[in-house]
Design a protein around this ligand. Structure first.
Ligand code: CRA
Length: 798
């Protein structure tokens, strides 16, 4: 039984009123939604603090191994709703607020998303934190407290325009500032070596100050800490300069320091290669490792025990300086021998690879590394020399070659375990980018297929479906998601109808939101066909918009035929400097404008692209989806996690054999998945054909028609040549094989139409998708990491 359920509405009422009056300084008559949100948030936070203290006490008492998840991104979204769901306080709080004419939904929606991440990698980190708390795994997340998270997206004439995000403009009620948890992070300068001992004399220093947010698990049994570092100046203010009248220069040290935690880099799977980014990565890594060592030494005095008590996960290569930094701290600060220090560091560290795209593999010039982190450059060179001596590797397998430091190789060499994020991706790691390293260090690579937390992505975002599930199989599935399998035993016309009703209600709700925000009326009985994710060529939004145009053509040719009405929904941001991705966004918006205004087809096809896709929009959209588009070029999407959320929420997938799609198909059954397109092997084969694009285009009249319309400027008569660049790209390069997979995609979409028209068949497939989605809970993933990577134990008595 959840202890929080016994909390009476009286107590909550009193505490909310207390915070409204004494924390916010408002009386009810004058309180705004914001005031209420803060009062409710403080009340809920108070309730988490006890389990948080209890978890810390228990970890100290049992001397448990702690897991440290180092990540440049945590894409959290809203916190209040998640905490309320996990504490089981939804109904009580709703009741209390209603007495004052407030709705919990309004209060919840008043909170800005914490958007400290770009996409999948950052959201995965957030799901992992929640699962680690649910499972009672003692853990810390370490990240950066960016003042500005991922930019906001607006459309201006169909084009993406970015504006800064400012979630910290209002006080953030979930964090505790820890002025005492503060570390100096050094940069630049030079290294003196005397008697074999190196001393780094940094030229710049910045303070890293901790801001802690408790992360509560399911039913409030355990809470871990997300510790985000804010950058502060070591020297507050140059008083001498101020007194001499140079007021701007006097404030310079402060401004300079703060830039380190000012803004999140908006590139998803591309390496920006900027000095500030390197500094950010080191800032996070150094502060985290100093904190880890301080905590360890407060409990133990033998540093050899470190690998038994500490597991550090590097989320991609972004924190890969953890290897050299840990060695530096052990050798230069704590006086250990090199060999011992390196062995200890390797015993603690693990590395997750999230992409094989070459443009994402981080590299730093030795010049920049040597200038910003001179001591680390020395350490990296020594690690590399020893790696070379031990493996006799060819030059391109070295950490440093062609005057560049290869962070993937560094992370690999310094890690106990290296993992990929889906079965296919881990196999491809072994076959391609990491093939030689896999041979040099056999057994180091393993797989941990990603997962998502069913608390946020089902229980919270889809109450209608959650209710059907609970009515059918009872409670307890929320932290034992394999139980969803039981749904198949209850398959019946009634259950199918109930699932259908829940989906329809979600579609109506989403339609209302679109109506209010975009002025478009959607037909809730049309199929909602959804592609939401970062806009990237490899994800092939272009394939989807080409299919949309071909569909529109086909309907116009034969408007009286038996069409399955569709609403094509897109959502996602492009990196600000990614020109082609931005062209694709503009094209989707141009097509939407024309198609939505065609009276002949309007009732059969609509295109919707709400701006500023984020976690909160995903929570609205995924429960309302019938069809999930997972159509990346096979071999390019490491895993995907959106794909899992859709499956859990009863959308069927049209997808390629890429990333975790492969495993989703296995779990829901091939007959309940719309598969199309080339396999990863066929993709490689296809790339060898020099005219792959042209020959595929010539083989499809439908695709030729689409491209012809773009050439004529059919969707942009005001500037008919707008997409000529994109067309040239498609005809002559087509790097992600849009043309080669087009016909298969079209044919598969026709099968989807037929399946949707057969309501009972569709509902049966939906049922099997939900029932088969249990494997994709991040609880399963975290158990895998605990057993196979971290060797960590749960401290929760279950
Ligand atoms: N862009 C992959 O591309 C994967 C997530 C989380 C990504 C996704 O397929 O689901 O990671 N890779 O594992 C990445 O960020 C730096 O690489 C992603 O989010």
């Amino acid at each position: 039984m959840n202890a929080m359920n016994t909390l009476s509405a009286d107590l909550l009422r009193a505490r909310i009123a207390q915070h409204l009056t004494y924390t916010m300084g408002k009386d009810k008559a004058h309180a705004s939604t914001y005031d209420w949100r803060m009062a409710v948030s403080y009340t809920v936070r108070d309730l988490i603090v006890d389990s948080w203290f209890e978890a810390t006490r228990k970890t100290y008492e049992e001397q448990g191994k702690r897991v440290y998840y180092l990540s440049m991104e945590f894409l959290i979204g809203r916190i209040l709703e998640d905490a309320v769901i996990n504490l089981g306080l939804h109904e009580q709080i709703e009741e209390v607020l209603a007495e004052d004419g407030m709705s919990l939904m309004d209060v919840v929606e008043n909170e800005p998303d914490a958007a400290l991440g770009n996409g999948g990698l950052g959201r995965l980190a957030a799901c992992f934190l929640e699962s680690m708390s649910t499972l009672g795994c003692p853990a810390f997340g370490y990240g950066i407290r960016y003042e500005h998270g991922l930019f906001r997206q607006r459309f201006q004439g169909g084009r993406q325009v970015e504006t800064p995000e400012d979630w910290l403009n209002q006080p953030h009620p979930w964090e505790f500032e820890r002025p005492e948890a503060c570390y100096t992070v050094p940069f630049k300068g030079h290294v003196d070596t005397r008697d074999g001992k190196a001393t780094w004399h940094p030229a710049e220093t910045v303070l890293a100050r901790a801001y802690d947010t408790p992360v509560v698990g399911w039913q409030g049994k355990w809470s871990n800490t997300l510790r985000l570092w804010g950058a502060h100046p070591t020297e507050l203010f140059d008083l001498e300069r101020f007194n001499s009248g140079d007021h701007t220069a006097a404030a310079a040290p402060e401004a300079l320091a703060r830039t380190l935690s000012r803004v999140l880099y908006p590139e998803d799977t591309t390496d920006s290669g900027k000095e500030l980014r390197l500094k950010q990565e080191y800032f996070l890594t150094s502060a985290a490792l100093q904190d880890i060592l301080r905590r360890f030494l407060s409990e133990y005095d033998d540093l050899s025990l470190l690998p038994q008590k500490v597991a550090i996960q590097m989320n991609d290569t972004h924190p890969a300086l953890a290897g050299p930094e840990l060695i530096r701290l052990l050798v230069d600060v704590h006086g250990l021998e090199w060999d011992r220090a390196k062995t200890i560091a390797q015993g603690c560290l693990n590395y997750t690879n999230h992409t094989l795209l070459p443009e994402a593999l981080e590299k730093w010039s030795t010049w920049l590394m040597g200038r910003v982190l001179p001591r680390h450059m020395q350490i990296i060179e020594r690690i590399d020399a020893e790696h070379h001596a031990a493996t006799d590797c060819p030059p391109d397998l070295r950490i440093v070659h062609h005057d560049q430091v290869h962070m993937g190789t560094l992370a690999f060499v310094m890690a106990s375990h290296v993992n990929g994020v889906s079965a296919l991706h881990s196999d491809l790691m072994k076959q391609t980018v990491f093939a030689d390293l896999d041979r040099a260090y056999p057994g180091r690579i393993l797989n941990q297929t990603n997962g998502v937390t069913p608390r946020r992505w089902l229980k919270l975002s889809n109450p209608a479906l959650s209710q059907v599930i609970t009515e059918t199989i009872g409670t307890g599935w929320e932290d034992d998601l394999d139980r969803l399998k039981e749904l198949t035993e209850h398959d019946s016309p009634d259950l199918r109808a109930a699932l259908r009703r829940a989906k329809r209600a979600n579609k109506v709700a989403f339609g209302n939101w679109v109506q209010a925000n975009m002025g478009l009326t959607l037909d809730p009985d049309a199929m909602f066909d959804v592609q939401i994710k970062r806009v990237h060529e490899y994800k092939r939004q272009l394939l989807n918009v080409f299919e949309t145009i071909a569909r529109w053509n086909a309907i116009r040719k034969n408007p009286g035929a038996d069409w399955t009405p569709r609403v094509k929904i897109f959502g996602g941001k492009a990196a600000p400097g990614y020109f082609t991705a931005k062209e694709i966004i503009r094209l989707i918006n141009d097509v939407a404008k024309v198609v939505n205004n065609d009276p002949l087809t309007r009732h059969l096809l609509q295109v919707v692209y709400p701006a500023n896709y984020n976690v909160s929009m995903a929570q609205r959209l995924i429960p309302a989806a019938d069809l999930s588009e997972q159509i990346s070029t096979a071999g390019k999407e490491a895993s995907g996690t959106g794909n899992m959320k859709f499956t859990m929420n009863g959308a069927l997938t049209i997808g390629t054999l890429d990333g975790a799609n492969v495993e989703i198909r296995e779990h829901v059954g091939a007959e309940n998945f719309f598969l199309f397109g080339m396999t990863a092997d066929e993709v490689l084969e296809r790339y060898r054909k020099p005219d792959h694009a042209r020959s595929a285009i010539m083989a499809s009249q439908e695709l030729q028609d689409v491209l012809q319309m773009l050439a004529e400027g059919r969707f942009n008569p005001e500037e008919p040549t707008r997409y000529h660049g994109l067309l040239d790209h498609t005809w002559n390069h087509d790097p992600f094989l849009v043309a080669s997979d087009f016909s298969a995609f079209l044919a598969c979409q026709t099968k989807v139409d037929a399946a949707y028209a057969d309501t009972d068949r569709w509902d049966g497939m939906v049922l099997r998708n939900i029932a088969g989605s249990g494997y994709f809970s991040s609880d399963r993933t975290i158990r895998g990491y605990m057993e196979q990577v971290w060797d960590a134990k749960s401290l929760l008595n279950r």
